[in-house]
Design a protein around this ligand. Sequence first.
Ligand code: ATP
Length: 235
Amino acid sequence: MLHIQNLNVHYGGIHALRGINIDIPDNKIITLIGANGAGKSTTLRSIMGITKPSQGSIRHQGEELTKYKTKDIVEKGIVLVPEGRRVFANLTVEENLILGAYCRSDKDEIKKDMEWVYELFPRLKERLWQKAGTMSGGEQQMLAVGRGLMTKPKLLMMDEPSLGLAPLLVKEIFNIIKEIHRQGMTILLIEQNAKAALEVADYGYVLETGTIVLEGPGKELLTNEEVKNAYLGEA
Ligand code: ATP
C-alpha cells in the first residue's frame, strides 16, 4: 500500500534520513522504533509532505506522494496523529472531533464514525462539552487519536501515542490500536515504548541515526538480542 524507497532527508547540513526503505502493506500494523533523534518523526513528516525529501520516493497505491501538498495527502486518506496531544484547547471535545472530519462531506457516515469513536473512547463521550484544554493529558491523547480517526483514514500514523501516559492508559491506548487494526485499519506506529509497540506490530523497523539497522516481524524483534539490549532494557 505505501512503499518508501531510498528516502533521504537533509535539514541544512544534517543528513537526517539516509536512504531508508519501508513497506506498509494494507491492514497491517508497522512500527518504527529508535532512540531520540533517529529520524522517526522525520519519516512521518516526509510521508505527510511536511518535510521535503532530498532524494527517494514514497508511493501510495502506485502514486508518487512526494509531489503533493499535505492537504492533498490528507485527502488521499493518510493522517498523522502528532506527538504531544495537539488538540484545539479552546474547543470542546465534540468540536475537535468534528474538525477531524473537515474534508469529508458524507454526513451520515460522519455521524456513524462519531459513534464509533465514542465506542472506542467512552471517556470522550462523557466529556463531549468539555474544553479540550482542560482535559487530562491522557484524555487529550485519546482525543487526538479520535480526531485522527474522524478523517476516516486509510493509513493512520501515530507519533508516540503513549508518551507521558500512566501505565494503565498506555495499556488502554495499545488495546485501542489493536481494536482499530482488527477492524481493518492500516497503522504506522512510532514509539519509544519499543516493547509495547513490537508486541502489537506485524512488522517492525529499527532506525538508528537515519538508517534502518534491523527489521523483521514484531515478535522476532522482541526476542532479538540487539533489540533487547538497546531498546527493551534487558540484558
Ligand atoms: P524523537 O524520538 O526525539 O522525537 P526522532 O527519531 O523522531 O526523535 P527526528 O525528529 O526525526 O527524530 O530528528 C532526526 C534528526 O533531524 C535529529 O538529529 C534532529 O535534530 C534533526 N532535525 C529534525 N527536525 C529538524 C529541523 N527542522 N531542522 C534541523 N534539524 C532537524
